[in-house]
Design a protein around this ligand. Structure first.
Ligand SMILES: Cc1ncc(COP(=O)(O)O)c(C=O)c1O
Length: 324
């Protein structure tokens, strides 16, 4: 049982299965269209922005990576909150960038002045944050956006699970904000690799140039469009359940004397000593969770994905045995 990657443990939206069943051989043998126009148009019309203000990618990973290439030259600095999404330092490395990790404050909000003091031309924020699950405050994010010398990326991969307000309005109204989202979490399509981003016309044009064509397959684009059109209820029902079970899991963990962080994602971060050892013992009981070591401001911790309650019950049982 794998609760380690925050994907949708309830399965696949019915519309995606239908697209797979009905797909024609040409969608495999021929190239897809260059820039996924159908998905772009559907997303844009839902947001009330022009299609040229939306970009898509092979997962939001691709949008994030392309944005770094678009706005930074090798040797320049990417600043990001710390801890955050582990792929950001990796994308920085493959693009030859320097990194400026800036510790989150004790309340898990970003420290705007410290981020701005890096002078970085690209600042990455993530809300709700992976791996802590904590959201960023409006005041702190606006402060960064207002004063940043360059681009501010706001990664909203887990926004569907959050009761905190999102930051999409900043992507619509500010020239320097890119908000990224994904079909990998709430939408249950991680294997199809579909992500997207929204920003000003000029900003998105640069990201698209760095991204290049043919990143979404025909099947992936068709599935994403079909799920948006046909399955909003499926998504909503699973999101509600994932949130409810997350809180149930949190209460159970607290009754065990643990202190999971408050989370707005579909996962919980649970600080504990020797998290690597605990995760290893849980794996021996066939439950895979993600272990972190020495995270800034947190220390060692497990990250446990939320899903159907029987899975979480099994995870709890494995955790209890692994802590003995
Ligand atoms: C914060 C965050 N951003 C982006 C991603 C990448 O998602 P994808 O490339 O599947 O869209 C993830 C995946 O775990 C994530 O946690």
């Amino acid at each position: 049982m794998d609760l380690s990657d925050n994907t949708n443990l309830f399965g696949v939206p019915p519309a995606a299965e239908r697209v797979l069943r009905e797909s024609r051989p040409e969608s495999l043998s021929r190239y897809p269209r260059g820039y996924a126009p159908d998905l772009r148009n559907v997303l844009a019309s839902r947001l009330g922005v022009g299609a040229a203000c939306v970009t898509t990618g092979c997962g939001s990973d691709d949008v994030l990576d392309s944005a770094l290439r678009a706005f930074l030259e090798p040797g320049e600095v990417l600043a990001f909150q710390d801890p955050t999404f582990v792929m950001m330092p990796l994308f920085a490395k493959v693009n030859g960038l320097k990194t400026a990790p800036v510790p989150l404050r004790a309340d898990f909000d970003v420290d705007p002045e410290a981020l701005l003091a890096t002078g970085a031309k690209v600042i990455y924020l993530c809300s709700p944050n992976n791996p802590t699950g904590t959201p960023l405050s409006r005041a702190a994010v606006e402060h960064v956006v207002e004063k940043a010398p360059g681009i501010v990326i706001i990664d909203e991969a887990y926004v569907e699970f959050s009761s905190a307000p999102d930051f999409m309005d900043l992507a619509r109204t500010r020239q320097n904000v890119l908000v990224t989202r994904t079909f990998s979490k709430a939408y249950g399509l991680a294997g199809m690799r579909v992500g997207w981003g929204v920003g000003s016309l000029a900003l998105i044009a640069e990201v698209e140039k760095a991204r290049g064509p043919y990143k979404l397959t025909t099947l992936a684009e068709s599935m994403a469009v079909a799920v948006l059109r046909e399955d909003p209820m499926w998504v909503e029902v699973q999101v509600v359940e994932a949130r409810r079970n997350r809180e149930h899991l949190r209460a159970e963990l607290m009754s065990m004397g643990l202190s999971p962080l408050p989370s707005e994602g579909n996962f919980l971060m649970v600080p504990m000593p020797d998290a690597l050892g605990v995760a290893q013992r849980m794996r021996e009981r066939d439950v895979n969770v993600r272990a972190f070591q020495g995270l800034t401001g947190v220390g060692d911790a497990l990250r446990i994905g939320s899903g159907p309650w029987p899975m979480l019950e099994a995870a709890l049982a494995a955790l209890r045995e692994s802590l003995r």
